[in-house]
Design a binder for this molecule. Structure first.
Ligand SMILES: Nc1ncnc2c1ncn2[C@@H]1O[C@H](COP(=O)(O)OP(=O)(O)O)[C@@H](O)[C@H]1O
Ligand SMILES: [Mg+2]
Length: 414
């Protein structure tokens, strides 16, 4: 039915988890209330007679949606554990259906696919790489080979990861403006939103289109001269929020192996915050491409003092990814009325810290209401106000990165 859905519409199904094909599509009204979702998690996590334990000891929760009062719960389990969970499923469904506001519940059990062992010389990725949250119809047999590190992003010359030690420091804003700035300078650029839990690309690029699927390949959404991909184009934001680690890793791997990125000089990746599994997966899978690009660490002046940027730098160093440098975001406040510059958190901290860490300093981005507004409006400020102070700062950043990419390309071809 899923393959049929795809061939009829040529559109990506909003939700198609693992091997099940009976999960209903989601729309915003499908989002369960927070309290219902919490209660469902509680039920799944509570001791069940007949199982001798709770459901979540044998299966992981992959998604919850509610349609017309009916809850649809997706659980992933191993083939061995299906027989343990299956007998108590009706009981758990009945318990969920008793939650106020719900009229019924269906639990879909998804057995893990067997994964093809990686080649002996391949780096090991965190568990869960075998998940393919997006069923592209009939292509799954080849998924393992498409996801081998050496076959990922075949037409992409280099990867630039935009990272930070924590969220909310302006990583996505920097990634979007850097990517748009590179494209403006004639660099063939893609932009991947790897922040599965907090995707911001659809809003920042002003796109809420659904990607098409052609021959089992996801076609990236074109915006502002960029090819872009984000979980936010594919599933309801809330849905991705409740995904578990293996699903996240699977989605990221599919974005690398099953998106038709075509020929690109660079793929800019808006990394998830922190230094967890997703970063490790990306760094391991894209080692060779990252070596030709590198990592841009975004930090605010106060976070530099709090060591967050240092953690980001040392993670990439451990992964042997070159550090292109540190960007200080929200560096100073520029009064829109009198142009007076106020250095709220002091000045020069990032530059000093970069020097101390032995990595380049890539510049300062001012704290400006227009930067936030353009992010919300869906046009990167580097394009909407090219003569602004913000655009100049992002253009300088893009030029530095373009020069680094050109040097790396030259080195590779000499
Ligand atoms: N230089 C800046 N000036 C003003 N607002 C900014 C600036 N950089 C980011 N923001 C705003 O701060 C918020 C967080 O930025 P975002 O790029 O989403 O951070 P992250 O991706 O690190 O979580 C957003 O509302 C964004 O518009
Ligand atoms: Mg972000």
């Amino acid at each position: 039915m899923l393959a049929c859905l795809l061939s009829q519409t040529g559109r990506f199904p909003e939700k198609s988890l693992g091997m099940t094909d009976h999960t209903p599509p989601t729309d915003p009204s499908d989002t369960p209330s927070v309290s219902a979702e919490k209660r469902i998690s509680e039920i799944l996590g509570s001791e069940q007679a007949g199982l001798g334990s709770n459901v979540l000891a044998f299966a992981s929760l992959e998604g919850v949606s509610v349609r017309d009062g009916h809850a649809h719960v997706s659980l992933a389990t191993s083939r061995d554990n299906v027989s343990r969970v299956e007998p108590i499923r009706p009981h758990v469904e009945a318990e969920i259906a008793r939650i106020p506001g719900l009229t019924g519940a269906t639990i879909s059990l998804t057995a893990h696919r067997a994964t093809t062992p990686p080649p002996a010389n391949a780096p090991s990725a965190p568990a869960g790489g075998g998940h393919r949250p997006f069923n592209l119809g009939g292509q799954s047999r080849n998924a393992a080979s498409r996801h081998a590190p050496e076959t990922l992003l075949p037409g992409v010359k280099a990867v630039v990861a935009v990272a930070s030690g924590k969220g909310g420091v302006g990583k996505s804003t920097t990634a979007v403006n850097l990517a748009a700035g590179l494209a403006k300078q004639g660099v063939r650029t893609g932009l991947l939103d790897a922040d599965i839990y907090g995707p911001s690309l659809p809003r920042m690029l002003g796109k809420n289109a659904r990607p098409e699927v052609v021959d089992g390949r996801i076609i990236p959404i074109e915006a502002w001269g960029l090819k872009s991909m984000s979980i936010g184009y594919l599933v309801d934001e809330h849905q991705a929020m409740i995904w578990r680690g293996p699903m996240v890793m699977g989605a990221l791997t599919q974005f690398l192996g099953e998106v038709d990125w075509g020929e690109l000089d660079v793929l800019v990746i808006d990394m998830p915050p922190g230094t967890g599994d997703a970063q490790l997966t990306l760094a391991q899978k894209l080692g060779a491409k990252m070596a030709k690009g590198g990592a841009v660490i975004v930090s605010t002046p106060q976070d530099i003092a709090l060591l967050d940027a240092r953690r980001g730098v040392s993670m990439f160093e451990r992964m042997e990814t070159p550090i292109l440098g540190v960007v200080e975001n929200m560096s100073y406040f520029c009064c829109p009325n009198c142009n007076h510059r106020t250095e709220l958190f002091g000045h020069g901290g990032a530059q000093e810290e970069a020097k101390r860490l032995g990595v380049p300093f890539l510049g300062e981005i001012p704290l400006l209401a227009d930067i936030r507004a353009s992010g919300d409006d869906g046009t990167p400020i580097i394009l909407s106000a090219p003569d602004s102070e913000a655009a100049h700062a992002y253009t300088a950043l893009a030029s530095t990165i373009a020069a680094a990419l050109a040097a790396s390309d030259e080195k590779a071809s000499s």
